[in-house]
Design a protein around this ligand. Structure first.
Ligand code: ARG
Length: 460
């Protein structure tokens, strides 16, 4: 017969369809190590309250230790009839401890248990994800440092805009990821609240010690309101936002890789270990890693919006709807931990076609802004300078030539402000070097930026 945690007032067990609907152990078994840890902390509180003898506590602690080891080793798995992880853990403890195993639920409800397990799990996972993000940052930084002096077209609207240092372009992703790490850290500070002791919703008449449990489990404090403690899922939604935002950043990097790897761009060569082929077209080498990264972002966004929809109408304290919070989060965590190492490997092993990027950098009249700014330095109002540089572009486009190819007479004819000296700014390296204020793309600035970023990533 199934070991249920709530049989007493029922004449029969649940219908098979209800048991199947209700069951969560197939996914919440991941929480078992946390449920076991939590049970240890709770046992010590019961002992201090005089509800467990010294000998009972020692037996409980030993059983928990054994069980924890067996769970990690995969020797203990849930039984098909276990409703959830809490049921499975109690069944295992009953098997090891007999009736003593039945003392450990005193003062606890699955409502505060599951909220506690879930916070412990997510706080751990956030650290794992952060480590994976740092590895990606380091791979991007290595590439960025290699390409500080590689000029590349910079884009707005996916049109050539102004040349940039390719190291600058890559470093931008490291900044975005640094903000993602900040977000997970900020989240962690808010998630560091222990719900244990809230019971079902109202706390317990037993002399528990929520503060002591909170400290033992690594939380900053215990929840101040038992109803909030069991019904709050902000920490889940916020985690999913952090995950989705990270996913969106990874997706944008992935999209750039897809473009760079196209024949039209031809900027990047993917290592064979980080590309895939076609089952019909023998020549194909596809950037599937980048595409999957991009695809996963949709899934992560869906998890966030799905959970918010689940939460929006929930009254009072715990409602069973809240069981729906787990699968999307487990999936979000697992997808990120799948995607990040693959992306890191792809970035670390890719090689860039420096000549091709440099050759493309001035195309599309990308130095027209430099002409306008040259005029500004000679006192021409920018409004007029913009017009003059625009006429230069129009003239070049008409004749199929580049800005540097306009003759002295052409320049004079376009504007009396223009003179042959303007050609001095019509070089990509000059254009890069001149953007030397803080945050600019001048290689010297980019080198400084990368040094600071490396320092920051080291501290993370
Ligand atoms: N499996 C449940 C969840 O994930 C645990 C809490 C169940 N509580 C209850 N009163 N049925 O939310």
């Amino acid at each position: 017969p199934a070991t249920r945690l709530w049989g007493g007032r029922f004449a029969s067990g649940p219908a098979e369809a209800v048991a199947a609907l209700s069951r969560s152990v197939q996914f919440d078994w991941r929480l078992a190590p946390y449920d076991i840890r939590q049970t240890g902390a709770h046992a010590r509180v019961l002992h201090r309250a005089g509800l467990l003898t010294d000998d009972e506590l020692a037996r409980v602690e030993q059983a928990l230790e054994e069980l924890a080891r067996a769970v990690v080793a995969g020797e203990v798995v849930p039984a098909p009839e276990d409703e959830d992880v809490h049921t499975a853990v109690e069944r295992e403890l009953l098997a090891r401890l007999g009736p003593l195993g039945g003392k450990l639920r005193a003062g606890r409800s699955r409502n505060d248990q599951v909220a506690t397990d879930f916070r412990l799990y997510l706080r751990d996972q956030a650290r794992g994800i952060a480590a994976d993000v740092v590895a990606l940052q380091l791979a991007l930084l290595d590439q960025a440092e290699r390409h500080v002096d590689t000029p590349a077209p910079g884009f707005t609207h996916l049109q050539h805009a102004q040349p940039v240092s390719f190291g600058h372009e890559l470093a931008k992703h490291v900044h975005a990821l640094a903000r993602d790490l900040d977000r997970f850290r900020d989240w962690d500070a808010r998630a560091a609240v222990s719900p244990l002791g809230a019971g079902a919703l109202a706390g317990s008449s037993l002399p528990l010690d929520p503060e002591a449990v909170a400290v033992e489990l690594g939380f900053d404090r215990a929840a101040a309101n038992s109803i909030d403690a069991v019904s709050d899922r902000d920490f889940v939604a916020e985690f999913l936002f952090c995950a989705a935002m990270l996913g969106v950043h990874l997706s944008r990097l992935g999209e750039e890789y897809c473009l760079w790897a196209s024949t039209e761009f031809g900027w990047v060569r993917l290592d064979d270990a980080y590309a895939t082929g076609s089952s019909i077209m023998p020549q194909k080498k596809n950037p599937d890693v980048a595409e999957l990264v991009r695809g996963k972002a949709g899934r992560l966004i869906g998890h966030l919006t799905g959970l918010l929809a689940t939460l929006k109408g929930l009254p009072f304290a715990y409602n069973r709807d809240l069981q729906e919070d787990k699968e999307p989060v487990f999936d979000a965590v697992e997808q990120l931990r799948l995607v990040l190492p693959a992306l890191t490997g792809m970035v670390a092993t890719s090689t860039f076609d420096v000549e091709r990027m440099a050759a493309a950098a001035p195309l599309g009249f990308a130095l027209a802004t430099d002409v306008a700014e040259w005029l500004v330095r000679r006192g021409v109002p920018f409004r007029e300078a913009h017009e003059i540089a625009g006429v230069c572009v129009q003239e070049c486009e008409k004749r199929g030539i580049d800005l540097a190819e306009l003759s002295d007479d052409d320049l004079r004819a376009i504007s009396p402000h223009l003179s042959p000296e303007v050609r001095a700014v019509l070089s990509v390296s000059g254009a890069l070097a001149s953007r030397s204020a803080l945050g600019g793309t001048a290689p010297e600035r980019v080198r400084e930026q990368l040094r600071a970023l490396r320092e920051r990533v080291r501290e993370d």
